[in-house]
Design a protein around this ligand. Structure first.
Ligand code: DON
Length: 302
């Protein structure tokens, strides 16, 4: 495994310097773009890493995966009445489909979808972001994971687009709680700081039919795991989902903090981190590293 990671690292490292860190969240604009790490966690919970794999970073939209799992656990199939399972083909923070489709977001990974899912979770927990933090601590076997409050506050101050989506959904009756409370919890989830090692460990249940070896816990049923992996494959990379499927062919989820998690079902989960992003907001080196992985293991879900 280490030899595989070393080959990927050596192939992709010369690209360091390409892309641009997210600056629409001011607290993320100062992150050092020249970081690159990869971790793989196999279904036995064995971790293999290279580069900056133990550096905590802002998980941003990768939190939408854990948020979705919490909602599935509390709502089961009924949650799909409030959020769809179709790719959007549009940027993650687009508003245009939401009015045409009567306040029902296309999928749980675009921002509007994650906000509805956050609203569902908010209805079930007294402190939703503490519940989420404790959930990822358990799945990662790392009790030191924290929310970066500076990042969460920075996002809240610049919340206009997300707030517009949430209020529009409220107008359509697809929002139960106070919009501002849900936004605060959503931003806290996005501002969780985890390393590649934490993220590979905490998503390993997706490669293992829903069972987390690290936490010794059944997180999802095999059927629910298939559903989440299918959503990751069709919507996890937003408007790059098609070309990611074309080049990589694995379920994946990106975040504007520069992380991408991908799943090789039955074998391992992998997290790549490099903060400079391509034009659609996915890690430039992350996509390149996963393309290289897919070629080297000569395997994809298709
Ligand atoms: O709400 C936002 O815009 C950010 N907190 C998360 C966006 C994100 O990570 C999109 N992923 N590539």
């Amino acid at each position: 495994m280490l030899a595989l990671l070393q080959d990927i690292y050596d192939e992709v490292e010369p690209m360091l310097g390409m892309g641009k860190v997210a600056d629409y969240i001011p607290a993320l604009a100062t992150v050092n773009p020249r970081q690159f790490g990869i971790s793989i966690c196999d279904t036995n919970g064995q971790i293999t890493s290279i580069g900056d794999a133990s550096v905590p970073f802002s998980i941003q939209s990768i939190s939408k995966v854990f948020n979705l799992v919490l909602a599935i656990n509390h709502y089961g199939e009924t949650m799909w009445e409030r959020v769809g399972c179709e790719p959007s083909g549009l940027p993650f923070n687009s508003l245009v489909q939401l009015e045409y489709e009567n306040g029902i977001p296309r999928n749980p990974f675009i921002n509007a979808g994650a906000l509805v899912v956050s609203d569902m979770v908010q209805s079930r927990f007294a402190s939703p972001y503490i519940a989420m933090r404790d959930f990822v601590r358990r799945l990662s076997c790392n009790g030191d994971i924290v929310v970066n409050k500076v990042v969460a506050e920075s996002e809240y101050e610049h919340r206009s687009r997300n707030a517009a989506m949430a209020y529009l959904m409220k107008a359509y009756g697809n929002f139960e709680n106070e919009v501002e409370d849900v936004l605060r919890n959503y931003f806290h989830n996005c501002a969780l700081e985890m390393s590649c090692e934490d993220l590979a460990r905490s998503t390993s249940f997706l490669a293992n039919a829903g069972f987390s070896t690290c936490a010794n816990e059944k997180v999802l049923t095999p059927y629910q795991t298939k559903q989440v992996n299918a959503l990751l494959a069709t919507s996890g990379m937003y408007d790059e989902a098609g070309s990611f499927a074309f080049k990589v062919g694995l379920p994946g989820k990106s975040g504007v903090g520069g992380g991408i998690v991908a799943v090789v079902p039955g074998r391992f989960s992998i997290c790549v981190f490099s903060p400079a992003l391509n034009s659609v907001g996915n890690s430039q080196l992350g996509v390149a590293a996963l393309t290289s992985l897919s070629e080297r293991i000569n395997w994809s879900i298709y």
